[in-house]
Design a binder for this molecule. Structure first.
Ligand SMILES: [Zn+2]
Length: 418
């Protein structure tokens, strides 16, 4: 039995829908075999020595959309989505045909996630099956909760496209190879409509239907140029989402990154289907894609998580990403509450990924993935947080914090990294 004493905060359910804020100024987290036994006000535990954790203990962050093969192309200048992909990203992804390169980048990426306090993530690999093997092997060695999949893109550029048959065969083989291992999960991953044929999208729908334990992970309505292209290819579709819907890709296990330019029809359909959104503010800002409309998504009750979307995103820090989420909402005329922001970045993302029973809320029975945030990580943060309310300290951490504010990361009750 492990016992951790400190200030503990978690937001299991969305405060916008009346979810409670669980806060223990002097709390106790009891962990046995990596699983949370209890989380509440401090009381001297029997049969366990207590470790004091200075700082604010919150659930490990959940990154609901990120591309590990793009990490070395972060901060690539000058383009919007389609040109950025062609100029910067597709060449970088081609290098993942080599397994040694994939292994090396996967290890770096996962260590960086942990250093930034992210313990679970929904991750794009590349078209190469080996890129998934590399990521899963590294994640297994670190005991992280990672969901990923080989990218399907039979209409991709030369050197970076599969075929309908090879896409299906590789996906089936990866699911069979990795099912039930560690804390890994598989996501059928068509890149987006522009890079898949109708036959491949149909196949993706069949794969999702055939495997009730896998997710479907893709992009939706990110950039005006992309949306126009999809509309010209499918002129009789109601909207971009409707194209995915035709192929059985809109369901309760579907996660759509971005959703910046959405019709009410599409959001209503997503809510009805139980699909989730990964809100990626730094990426949307960086590529000039637009401003996600949280209030519009809320009106329809669609589940939402937070994505860093590296390499269009500009940081792996979920704290910094929440700062940009706040600003996006301000530009849309709404205010994102810091407790709700924490919820979206933890339990909200976990729900979208179908792992909310395992992580994200520090509830008994969940895996003890948590982090310790340091309110004195920088002189300015220390000054702003001194004597401030929990609300103001949490907001200051989101606006001023980054990896420096993550003092420690714990996976299943064991400290990792630094
Ligand atoms: Zn993306």
């Amino acid at each position: 039995m492990k016992a951790f004493r400190g200030e503990i905060l978690s937001v299991p359910d969305d405060p916008a829908q009346g979810g409670e804020i669980r806060h223990f100024a002097d709390g106790l987290l009891l962990v046995e075999d990596g699983i949370i036994v209890s989380c509440g006000p401090f009381a001297e535990p029997k049969g366990a020595s207590v470790e004091r954790l200075p700082g604010l203990i919150v659930p490990g962050f959940v990154d609901a959309h990120v591309h590990y093969p793009q990490i070395e192309r972060i901060a690539s200048h000058g383009e919007q989505l389609m040109q950025w992909l062609e100029r910067h990203i597709f060449p970088a992804e081609q290098a993942f045909a080599g397994r040694a390169h994939a292994d090396q980048v996967a290890a770096f990426f996962l260590d960086e996630l942990l250093r930034h306090g992210t313990t679970s993530a929904l991750v794009f690999a590349t078209v190469h099956a080996g890129s998934v093997d590399a990521l899963f092997e590294s994640a297994l060695a670190r005991d992280m909760r990672i969901v990923s999949g080989k990218v399907l893109m039979d209409l991709g550029p030369e050197g970076l496209s599969d075929s309908v048959a090879s896409g299906r065969a590789d996906t089936e083989a990866l699911i069979a190879r990795w099912r039930g291992r560690g804390r890994l999960g598989y996501a059928v991953t068509p890149r987006f409509v522009p890079t898949s044929s109708e036959a491949q999208l149909e196949d993706a729908g069949a794969l999702v239907a055939a495997h009730p334990d896998v997710l479907m992970h893709t992009h939706l309505s990110e950039n005006p140029g992309e949306i126009e292209f999809v509309a010209s290819r499918f002129p009789d579709a109601a909207d971009y989402l409707d194209v995915y819907d035709r192929f059985g890709l809109v369901g309760p296990r579907s996660v759509f990154a971005h959703c910046v330019h959405m019709s009410d029809r599409a959001l209503a359909r997503m809510a009805e289907a139980g699909s989730g959104i990964a809100f990626c503010p730094t990426s949307n800002m960086f590529l000039g894609s637009g401003l996600f409309d949280l209030a519009q998504a809320d009106r329809h009750g669609v589940g939402i998580g937070i994505g860093t979307d590296i390499g269009a995103g500009t940081t792996l820090s979920v704290l910094r990403t929440l700062s940009e989420a706040y600003k996006t909402c301000q530009l849309r005329g709404t205010s994102l509450d810091p407790f709700r922001a924490l919820h979206l970045a933890t339990a909200g993302g976990a729900r979208v990924m179908g792992i909310a029973d395992r992580v994200g809320a520090l509830l008994p029975g969940q895996e003890a993935d948590f982090i310790v945030l340091d309110e004195a990580a920088t002189p300015l943060l220390a000054r702003r947080c001194s004597g401030a309310s929990l609300h103001d300290r949490l907001f200051a951490l989101q606006v001023l914090g980054d990896d420096r504010a993550v003092a420690a990361t714990y996976l299943r009750g064991s400290r990792v990294g630094r």
